[in-house]
Ligand binder design. Sequence first.
Ligand code: GDP
Ligand code: ZN
Length: 287
Amino acid sequence: MRVSYGNSGVAELADGTPVACKYRRSVGRPYCGDRVLIEQLADGSALVTQVLPRRNVFARADARQRKQVIAANLDQVFIVIAPAPEPSRDLVERYLVAAHDLGITPLLVINKAELLAAPPVHPPFSRIDDYRALGYRVLAASTKGPPGIDALLSHLDARVSILAGQSGVGKSSLVNALVPDLDLQTGELSRITGKGTHTTTTTIMYRLPAGGRLLDSPGVWEFGLWQMSAADLADGFIEFRDLDAACRFRDCRHAGEPGCAVRAAVEAGTIRRWRYQSYLRLLSQSR
Ligand code: GDP
Ligand code: ZN
């Protein structure tokens, strides 16, 4: 599905042709990115008769911090941060935890990189080496000059991606730069659905020149995240994962319990203290 409204949307055939479709009542509403089976109707439109099993779903939090699914079958999420607006403390950790909770690979994008001091002095920008050492990809980008968007382009081909981040970090600018025929594509989709293109709630899947797909959705993770349990939170700190089996208590929250292997690793220097402190702050805010 390229785009999906309440009871209709646009699917795409294997050869790339977009087709208007309605949903068989029993099927429910497919998400953008869903793989579906369709039945062609006499009037040239189509009926979605089945949604194929999903690899994963992508979600944002609604105004009441409930998880709201907006897309399916993503390969990766680009966490976009920028020197301005400055990310709040723990923002990157929050986003990383969310990506891991969804089971979708996160990459960090530092946009407006031309505004960054060299070497960067403030976290999270001063911690790029730490993020890389943890195994995360960190890409620098700018839509206004060097280093440009090449690093992003090289990670987009043949994959399905979405950009997430605070308002003002440059997500729309990046989508515009990454999808050269964006207006053409939105025009075509809106012609097929008969709906306006500039809605503030619709998630749209764009085709990228190199073969990948980019989902554009308003407000992805701009307004905080859904509530998460302590266990899911700890799972989002990837360097804790192999350790928690070694904690004395099975339900250890790694917050000062005796025999905690995570705490021991912090003391031994194998877990970065700033990551652990960030975990403790997020834990104190979780249920
Ligand atoms: P969004 O809210 O995340 O979609 O951000 P926008 O794409 O609307 O961009 C917010 C502001 O940042 C706009 O004024 C853009 O012109 C500006 N902007 C976007 N990318 C860059 C960049 O790479 N460098 C600089 N200096 N400004 C940028
Ligand atoms: Zn523990």
